[in-house]
Each structure stands twice: as C-alpha cells, then as structure tokens.
Design a protein around this ligand. Sequence first.
Ligand code: AQP
Length: 335
Amino acid sequence: MDQPQNRVFSGVQPTGNLHLGNYLGAIRNFVGLQDTHECIYCVVDMHAITVWQDPKELAANTREVAAAYIAAGIDPERHIVFNQSKVAAHAELAWILNCVARIGWLNRMTQFKDKAGKDREKASVGLYAYPVLMAADILVYRATHVPVGEDQKQHLELARDTAQKFNNDFEAPDFFPQPEPLIMGPATRVMSLRDGTKKMSKSDPSDLSRITMRDSSDDIAKKIRKAQTDPEPLPETLEGLEGRAGADNLVGIYAALAGKSKAEVLAEFAGAQFSVFKPALADLAVEKLSPITNEMKRLMDDRAYIDGVLEKGAARARAIADPVVARVRELVGFI
Ligand code: AQP
C-alpha cells in the first residue's frame, strides 16, 4: 500500500459558536495548505456527541462548519470535505485502536480533565475515548500532517504513540505513518476576550468571551471594545506584554488577522492606548471576517449544495479509508 507523503487531515467539531480561535488556529491554516498538500477536511460530528448535542442543532451546526470551510476558501472540488459519521471506517478503526491505546495514556489527557470537570464519573465514555477516535480519524487516511491549534498537541502525541504501538504489535513497520502536527501562525491559542488566561472556546457561557463566525460588524466592534485589558499603553517590545494576558491576546489577534508578527504590530502601535488600538483591531477584524461570514450565510441558505458537498466528499473519503481498514482487519486477524 503506497504511503502518501503530503496528506493532510483535520477537523472541527460542529458544537455551535464557531469562533475566531477556530478560524485563526485551524480553518485559515487549512486553506493555506491546499496548494502543497492533498487535504481531507472533516466536520467531526462523532466527536461533537461526546457531550450532549440537540439533534436539530447538530445538523445545523454540521452544515455551518462545512459552510465556514468553503467560505474561508477551502475548495471542495480539489480537496475532500465531509462529515465524519458518513464514513463508518472512522468508528471501525477507533474500536481497534481502543484495544491498542493504553488507559494510562488517556489518563494523562488534560482536555478530558478540563471538559469532564469535577464530576468525572458522569462524563461519557466517548469523551474519555475521544483522543483514540481522533487517532483513528487521522490514521484511517494514513495522513502525514495535521493542522491544529496548540490545544490539540497532546492528542496528536497520543495518535503518534498509538500508530507506533499498532505497527509494533502487528509487525507492520511503517504501516501507519507518524502524523506531524502543524501548529502555525501567531494565533495558535486565541484566548477568551473576558479572561486572557483562558482559551477562547465554544462552550464558554459568556458570549462576550468570543467573536463568532455569525457575529455582525456591530457585535465584533462591541466585543472588542469590552475585551479585558489593563490601563497601560501598548509596550514597544514583546517582553513588555509579559504578565498582560489580555493585551497579549489582542496583539496576537491583530497580528494573525494582519498577517504580521506580534513584534511588527507593537512597532506600529507602541505607546498607543487601548482607546486607539481597540477600534483599529475592530476595523481589521470586520474587514477580514465579514466577507467570510457573509459568504457563510449565503451558503447556509443553500442546503442542497452543502449536503451535496458532504455526500460527494464522504464517497471520496470512503474510497481512501476502506482499503486501509481492510488491511487493518487482515493484520489484526479478522476473517
Ligand atoms: N482558542 C483557540 N485558539 C486557537 N485554535 C483553537 N482551536 C479551538 N480553540 C482554539 C482549534 O480549532 C480546531 C477545532 O476545534 P474543535 O472544535 O474541534 O474543538 P475544541 O478545541 O474543543 O474547540 P473549542 O472551541 O475550544 O470547543 P469547546 O468549548 O467545546 O472546548 C482545533 O484544531 C483546535 O485546536
């Protein structure tokens, strides 16, 4: 079986409130890989149900993530866009990998600890096993590169360990590649606008904590105006941002949107008060995000088109995944 050298796989959960962190940390980077890699971009609805999802909202949110991919510039003709639950090979390989990965590895996963919170006994088994399904998502395509935000680095390491152990256990050296994380740009971890020490996230109860891909220009401006900062002006150097999480976050967002480094942004705004910097950031955010959010709205109104993209994408995904699972079955000894 030939091993592709430049195959990208990544996904986003359709859990609603798609936000600027998902865009800058992941989706925008997906777009940039299309000229150099063979890309498979998935709406990971099976991951979404590891915490309760209202079925009607799940369907709408699945279409929303697909629309965001396309509106951001992913070309579903050249590359593959689909939703995970349409390709049964993910679940089949996940079961086999559940029998390869070790409980001790999963016990170290910080995202489970964060998401399960204090009442861990009541978390779903799926939430615990989430990183193994993620390993299966990547390995079922024998993908070599995985663009993700910082927060997914630990899960990627588990995918690598699982691939290695499978290859060793079944005496199939190099069958699964070691997938490389691609953590790119100055916004690999966009923080909450209400608390610069917490990741911007879909599940934060405060809508003011995130800029979403549904926000109007007014919403964006309001959220940036209300973003938590401090009374000091912007410093001249990166060291001057230390201990100023809110300021650091806004400078990082500006840098990512402008395609500059944080140092370049500081060179431009050194000494500026937030009363100057925040409106500049709001204008930039509206300029960069509005074309995408408007296109998303247009696509969301064309349900037949989105559903057609997901259907065709799933058929192409199956054509890659099914032979990999067939070989895995042989290696494991299933008849
Ligand atoms: N704040 C972030 N900064 C940069 N990248 C981020 N990503 C998520 N949050 C940030 C990246 O977006 C991709 C898709 O994430 P996901 O939807 O699959 O899962 P998540 O990381 O659990 O997303 P959220 O928004 O944080 O949801 P909740 O609130 O459920 O925890 C991934 O590549 C991720 O790294």
